[in-house]
Design a protein around this ligand. Sequence first.
Ligand code: NAD
Length: 248
Amino acid sequence: MELNFDDKVVVITGAGRGIGRTIAERFAEFGAILILSDYNQESLTDVSSYFTEKQYSFKAIPCDVTNKDQVNQLLEQTIEYFGKIDVLINNAGITRDTLLIRMKDDQWDAVLNTNLKGVFLTTRAAAKHFMKQRFGKIINISSVVGITGNAGQVNYSASKAGVIGFSKSVAQELASRNVTVNVIAPGFIETEMTQVLSESVKENFINKIPLKRAGTPKDVANTAIFLASPLADYITGQVVKVDGGMVM
Ligand code: NAD
């Protein structure tokens, strides 16, 4: 079976750079129509230029996932432009790392609002369209630290664990409408988010990875392609780790 996403409408949050951008590019390579969204206008312009150059089908819609009105608009505009949504990928995420005793309320709130409430807002806005269509694939990007925890990331790991519980619940609510909801939990992936880590921290991570390398955004994107394809029609409520075997 040859994979193609011709005429499939794929909405991606945080598509301006890193894993989100690579997921968007990968879907475009397979023929999908992309709704690229990000709150960073500069990176959205950047990815839009690349998509235009490649002659991919897309619309760029600025959207801060913590803003309910912008999120609702993102989904309304998607339907207005293309009449449907086939795949929603909740990828936007941030870190504000520090130890619990030093953590400020605003560091907690920012991470929970973006990584967890953002996923709730977009999924809720998309759900009514998915239910009406009786088709849909939702893929939420969590993290292995949502499963294992991580010192210095109490806010981030709580938000990512929240995404897993949220996704399993939505999977149960929407299954009868032929909508699947799955989670990708990446391990250590080379992006601008992880570039800020020191060489020794990176080395320490890689030593714990059985496959002995950091993951690439493409490793994550390929998993998203699989989960959004008909090959994964019977998979819902699952968490797929893309981590080189770091967490077994
Ligand atoms: P990144 O920082 O390179 O990219 C994140 C993107 O999300 C950026 O374009 C940013 O502008 C956007 N964004 C942030 N807040 C937003 C908001 N409120 N509204 C809209 N867009 C917003 O990060 P990345 O490494 O590509 O991570 C992507 C996802 O993968 C995140 O959810 C992250 O938590 C998760 N993840 C990453 C790693 C890793 O090792 N890089 C590991 C596990 C999970």
